[in-house]
Design a protein around this ligand. Structure first.
Ligand SMILES: [Zn+2]
Length: 615
């Protein structure tokens, strides 16, 4: 009854799963086009009864004779966002009309159905299912954490079957894979094969969805889409949501006793659902949502939904995540923290703008299942966020985010026991696609200009948004950027995306003197170098020829007291490798000067960029 696997057992099971079933992943399968999902939520059981239909289409050019159906099995996984418990989904019924079971892998919750007559290209068929996610009694481990008295949050793939093997299940960590007799890396798909699938679900392109939630009448029930109907029956209510346009088959269901703060941006309804007492950051979330909707819709493309919802969930996990038009946001990541932004780092706005950016960078343009394609989500979301931060707080303050990202990147690459990939080919290394990615895009914006970078991103949207397969890869992003870059900026794109490049930038010996006209002339020495690291971290110096900021300030930009008003002057200087004497003239008396003072380049030692001025 209460036999939940340990972490080690889960890993062994996942390895067996891969050894037994991975070959099925090579066989063409139909793709889901339409979903109806009914979920009856019983928070105090805790239990969700789900039922629905999956309509799927043969989008290949040949007949398909078999369909593979799988559903979640109890499992414990660990990832960079923490431990993930997948509860068992107990399948009550699964009906595949016109097909019979020819293999039933009971240990893996995986079945092979053979059609009496094969699906012709373009043909659609339907599966019906009913299932229960439920905990009976208490266990030592694997207790249901996500269906709770007040604050239920479950993902759709945990309460419904999917087609083909479950890729969520496969082991990623190299050491673990070796331990269980697998190849060190899950072999990536070829570019041509990978473009047929998005990296989240092989069994779906964007789908139409109708989601019907039933639950306690005193809770707010939420799913993506527009709420189209609601009815009350005693202590229970039923709420119906419908997708306004095809959306990624990757969404969440939430239920709790919420207070809601509503506002509008143009005709988009902004809704923050929160615990009635957790009000500290709600205004800030609404305000940054408006700024971000402004920036993204005017620079990328229109926002695709009629609503944007931020929905608090309890601190059983500490992340925020972007589903279509809906962002589950942990109380531990943004609601119960009274933030102190005196140092100019507004983490709440940052996370909110990042998750909203995924409505473009994932939900409009979705990466293929190829190495590097997650930069189309995370790196572009980081870039978008930095642009919103720049508009809100000024270019001089973006350095706070760049500094923290650079620290994260440099620390994590030092700890990585695998080998560091380039941004173009990044796979599981989150610190490359998030931390490095944001810095890289912001530098490129600085060098190419905001308009050129955003034109490149709009060209990606024009080519790929909402289109399903073939999905975009990191090569598409690079091609779009290269098409907008000048000849003298091509090397920088190579350095940032296709190599692992580190810079050593420093300033010293700054002296200022008053000029006869009352201005100040500051002279300093600067040193600039560029090194390429290989995958093992071995570094080689390479010739540098780039443009850098040289700035003068009356407060050290690296200190908490620094504000945009403390900038006296920032100039662009083109520098080659080596030590140079540079001089700038300022209107008022500078106290600090420096090379790359805002940390736009990834510099292993950011402490020596700024120096006090001597007189
Ligand atoms: Zn993200």
């Amino acid at each position: 009854l209460n036999d939940f696997p340990t972490f080690n057992e889960s890993q062994r099971w996942a390895a067996d799963y891969e050894k037994t079933l991975l070959h099925y992943d090579e066989k063409p399968q139909p793709k889901i086009t339409d979903i109806t999902l009914e979920a009856d939520i019983y928070p105090d059981a805790p239990k969700i009864v789900s039922r629905g239909t999956l309509t799927f289409e043969n989008k290949t050019a040949a007949p398909i004779g078999e369909v593979y159906v799988s559903w979640p099995r109890a499992q414990v996984q660990k990832s960079f966002i923490g431990t993930r418990i997948t509860p068992e989904l107990e399948l009550k019924s699964l009906i595949v009309p016109g097909a019979r079971i020819v293999r039933d892998y009971r240990d893996f919750n995986f079945r092979v159905y053979r059609f009496d007559t094969a699906m012709a290209p373009g043909e659609r068929r339907t599966i019906r299912f009913e299932a229960v996610r439920e905990q009976r009694g208490f266990r030592n481990t694997g207790n249901e954490e996500r269906i709770v008295d007040n604050g239920t949050f479950v993902e759709n793939y945990t309460i419904a079957p999917s087609l083909g093997i479950s890729r969520w299940t496969l082991l990623e960590d190299r050491a673990t894979r070796r331990k269980f007799g697998l190849t060190p890396d899950l072999a990536p798909l070829s570019e041509a094969q990978g473009r047929k699938f998005n990296y989240i679900r092989h069994d779906s392109d964007p789908v139409n969805a109708e989601i019907v939630l039933t639950g306690p009448v005193d809770q707010t029930l939420l799913a993506p889409g527009k709420q189209v109907a609601r009815s009350v029956n005693g202590a229970r209510q039923t709420v119906r949501f419908r997708s306004e346009a095809p959306m990624m088959n990757f969404f969440s269901i939430q239920a709790a006793r919420y207070a809601v703060r509503k506002d509008w941006w143009k005709d988009v309804s902004i809704e923050v659902y929160h615990h009635p007492a957790h009000i500290y950051n709600v205004d800030r979330m609404v305000s940054v949502t408006k700024d971000a909707l402004d920036y993204y819709s005017s620079n990328f493309s229109p926002y695709q939904f009629g609503q944007f919802r931020i929905v608090e969930f309890p601190a059983y996990a500490k992340f925020a995540q972007a589903f279509p038009g809906t962002v589950p946001y942990s109380e531990g990541a943004g609601f119960i923290l009274k933030i102190d932004d005196s140092a100019g780092v507004d983490y709440i706005s940052y996370v909110t703008a990042h998750e909203l950016a995924h409505q473009w960078w994932f939900h409009q343009v979705t990466g293929a299942d190829t190495p590097g394609s997650t930069i189309l989500s995370e790196t572009l979301a980081q870039y978008s966020t930095l642009m919103v931060m720049e508009k809100r707080y000024g270019p001089a303050m973006v350095q706070r985010f760049l500094k923290s990202a650079a620290n994260g990147y440099l620390t994590m690459r030092g700890k990585d026991n695998v080998t560091e990939p380039t941004l173009e080919k990044v796979q599981e290394q989150a610190y490359v696609r998030y931390e490095k990615g944001g810095i890289v895009m912001y530098l490129l914006k600085d060098r190419m200009g905001e308009e050129a970078v955003n034109r490149a991103l709009r060209s990606l949207i024009a080519k790929f948004a909402f289109k399903g397969a073939p999905y975009a890869t990191s090569s598409d992003l690079l091609a779009a950027l290269r098409a907008e870059a000048r000849p003298d900026q091509q090397q920088l794109i190579t350095d940032l995306f296709q190599k692992i490049t580190l810079y050593d930038l420093k300033a010293d010996n700054a002296r200022a003197a008053r000029l006869p006209d009352g201005k100040w002339r500051v002279e300093m020495f600067v040193e600039a170098r560029k090194r390429y690291a290989d995958r093992k971290g071995i570094e080689t110096e390479a010739p540098l020829d780039e443009v850098f900021d040289v700035g003068a300030f009356n407060v050290d930009p690296a200190t908490a007291a620094f504000r945009p008003v403390n900038v006296i002057k920032v100039e662009k200087w083109r520098l080659r490798s080596g030590r140079h004497r540079v001089a700038i003239v300022t209107d008022c008396k500078p106290s600090f000067v420096g090379l790359d003072p805002y940390l736009k380049y990834i510099d292993r030692n950011a402490q020596d960029n700024i120096v006090p001025v001597h007189f």
